[in-house]
Unconditional design. Sequence first.
Length: 398
Amino acid sequence: MLEHIDAELEDPILKVMASFKASTVSHKLDLGIGVYRDSKGKTPIFKAVKEAELIIQMQETSKAYLGPVGDTQYTGLIHQLLFGQLDCPPDFFQIIQTPGGTGALRVAGEFLHSALPFATLWLSDPAWSTHKPIFSGAQLPTKEYRYFDHETRVLDFAAMCEDIAAIPTGDIVLLQSCGHNPSGCNLSYEQWLSVSQLMADRGLLPLLDLAYHGLDQGQILDLQSIKAIEAHHDEWLLCYSASKTFSLYNDRTGALAVRNRTIQNAHHALSLILNLVCANYYMPPAHGASVVRTILTSSDLTELWKHELEAARTRIIDCRKALIDALSSSGTDDYQFLERQEGMFAYLGLTEKELAWLREKHALYFGPGGRLNIAGLNPQSLPQISQALTELAKKKRG
Ligand SMILES: Cc1ncc(COP(=O)(O)O)c(C=O)c1O
């Protein structure tokens, strides 16, 4: 009955990972994966997480179901962490714990499709390659707004505003709060305020995606987008991922928050969300949320976590600088745009042919479109990467 299935893996990031794994070349480098790496190329577990896990191991007395909302102490702490800066009273928010940021996006997609059956969700071009499949899985139609100038490889704010100004009233716009994946191009606070105002004028619903909190401009500045959206909107959603920010990738820890116009709306929105969750995974896993809760309820662990997160961010900045220096000392100025991108990703805007050439000739595995994980760089890999990119620039010039 199932032998007619001829599906193939579609996710472009997983495809790159699979071809990297299959390669037998000893000097191959995986630059596409979207996880933080330390100077040894490892994805570390923060010490704060390890210490929290020891506490949990000693104190945990039951593995009883959490319920579809998840760990409510965790969601309260996430509220405090992200929305404590706002004047809006907590009752206007409903927050549930989700299996990662992806789980939050999927539940948000189903919720929006159910609440706004005629709405379209607008994604940036380029977007995280998983955004589109998540929302088409939730039956929510998607379209794209311009975000990135593919010539200069930096943010095209004028084009972004022009496109958003033409989106039909009642549609939804997804905006990445910080550390834009894959482009590395982000809005200034003034730009956030203008987009927020523009969307309010057009009657558009903001959906924020926050997956790199603390890894772009810092733990406080990375939340400015929330303040700017709240300044002009009394209804919006936010999908949060603790994967990178707490180094909890495989513990699948995230949250979905809905900011409502009234407290009564908030109750109805939560009921709809919980119905969708119950029909899907029923309840989120407990461990990652327990870790976050244990960290955020201990001032010592919170300090340690903040320090480790800031150290990761600083390393990313240093890696970017080292790449820029290596490229300019090799005599090419084709990559100057890297200075105007920030966060964990650099986006080179490469064609499939160029990506294949980098894989075959230099054993370098970039992400879709030439997404480069800046944290994946280290002194050992830098010469190989800068040599390949310099050669590519020369080849392109002919
Ligand atoms: C922009 C963006 N949103 C959401 C996510 C989801 O993160 P996770 O499901 O791993 O928590 C990611 C992960 O890479 C991402 O890059």
